[in-house]
Write a protein that binds this ligand. Structure first.
Ligand SMILES: O=C(O)CCC(=O)C(=O)O
Length: 398
């Protein structure tokens, strides 16, 4: 698909939130459109590299673009037909992603039953939701509200930390794979390193600092419980995954999916599998997350008070294909209410160690399905390609 310039009208500011930053971006883009003689979307191919550069340099993110009065999607964000052809809310299939009650899972006779439920979901779907996880409802609400408040600050406040790499461990950007993907997606992200070395606390935006720090503690506690259940579900000692530092490297991404004017032409987040061990995801009640189940996309319908947990590639590998790391995506948000989600990716901190299937799970009946590799090698490959489906894990197959 060629990318076409949209009508210049998409750049017409119509709201009162226009800032000097947005105006600079808008002016540059409008002038260039005129120079190319483009007045409607049926004409010239646009210079994608230039558009990308200008979008990045504007530091606006998609929320800033929207606030500038955009009425249709800039071509940068228009996805190819193969992505767009199956974008639709999935048929409602209540209960297809199980919601598992964790109460009593650490200290009661319920533990074997909970281990069984968690391990079944990890084997069959790679996704589950958990309730009675011990995180108070007020903390869930506070965390979502704080991340939302960060994204809804004036563009200048966010632009200060707009960057893709930072020693401080805090950054704001739009699209982690902006320069690698075929098309950009309709979301912005605040990223904070939680461990093994916490980001510089002063750099975490004040508007959400306390909540991010509190969330880190909650995820560390819950992550330890989940890794215990998942280890046991593989027939290993409960402490096995944690001993391998699988909870130590934690990265938080606070996503913001604002209203999208043309949700049929783009996505909120392209289909991908998470590279790490597990991901703990807090989503608000807006919805849009979908999981691949066979050939179908299944909605992960928000359950009040629940947290979503999914298996990442590294755990699929360590489990010798017992647990599944599943492709998932987020539809572009068609509604006026923005969607907020906060994912914490849990990875081993020891990146030079060799990883591969646990020897306990390898036998002559079930030979090792993957080769050994270091996490550095794995992550290098992950971050030098666009977010996509299962290509990465398959690269490491034996
Ligand atoms: O926003 C969501 O619900 C999903 C986020 C996600 O899949 C990711 O950050 O990798």
């Amino acid at each position: 698909m060629s990318f076409l310039l949209p009508p210049v009208s998409f750049l017409t500011p119509t709201t009162t939130t226009t800032t000097p930053l947005t105006l600079a971006y808008i002016d540059r883009t409008r002038n260039r459109s005129r120079a190319m003689g483009v007045t409607d979307s049926g004409g010239q191919a646009f210079d994608r590299a230039q558009e990308l550069k200008q979008f990045e340099e504007s530091k606006l993110g998609v929320k800033g673009l929207l606030d500038s009065g955009l009425a249709s999607l800039p071509p940068l964000f228009i996805h190819p037909p193969e992505t767009l052809s199956n974008l639709r809310p999935a048929r409602p299939r209540p209960g297809s992603i199980p919601t598992i009650d964790l109460s009593g899972c650490c200290d009661s006779a319920r533990r074997p039953a909970v281990v069984g439920e968690v391990s079944r979901a990890a084997r069959e779907l790679g996704f589950l939701q958990v309730v009675n996880h011990g995180v108070p409802a007020e903390v869930l609400d506070r965390t979502v509200a704080a991340v939302k408040a960060f994204h809804e600050q004036p563009a200048e406040a966010k632009a200060r930390i707009y960057r893709r790499q930072s020693d401080t461990g805090v950054s704001f950007f739009s699209n982690v794979d902006l320069f690698l993907s075929k098309a950009a997606s309709w979301r912005d992200t605040l990223q904070v390193r939680l461990g093994p070395k916490l980001a510089d606390v002063e750099e975490i935006p004040e508007v959400c600092r306390n909540e991010v720090l509190e969330w880190n503690q909650q995820v560390e506690r819950l992550g330890s419980i989940l890794l215990g259940l998942l280890s046991e579900g593989l027939g290993l000692s409960p402490g096995k995954l944690q001993e391998l530092t699988c909870l130590d490297m934690r990265m938080m991404v606070g996503h913001y999916y604002p209203y999208c004017p043309q949700p049929d032409l783009t996505v909120g987040l392209t289909s991908h599998a998470d590279p790490g061990v597990i991901t703990v995801l807090l989503q608000d009640q807006v919805g849009g997350l979908q999981v691949k189940h066979g050939d179908e996309w299944v909605d992960v319908t928000p359950v009040p008070g629940a947290l979503v947990v999914n298996i990442g590639d590294i755990l699929q590998i360590m489990s010798n294909d017992e647990y599944k790391s599943i492709d998932h995506r987020v539809l572009a948000n068609p509604g006026q209410e923005p969607r907020v989600s906060i994912a914490v990716f849990c990875n081993p901190s020891n990146r030079e160690n060799e990883f591969g299937p646990f020897p306990e799970l390898v036998s002559s009946d079930k030979p090792a399905a993957f080769r050994q590799f270091t996490l550095n090698e794995y992550m290098r490959r992950f971050f030098t390609k666009e977010l996509d489906g299962k290509s990465l894990i398959n690269y490491f197959r034996a």
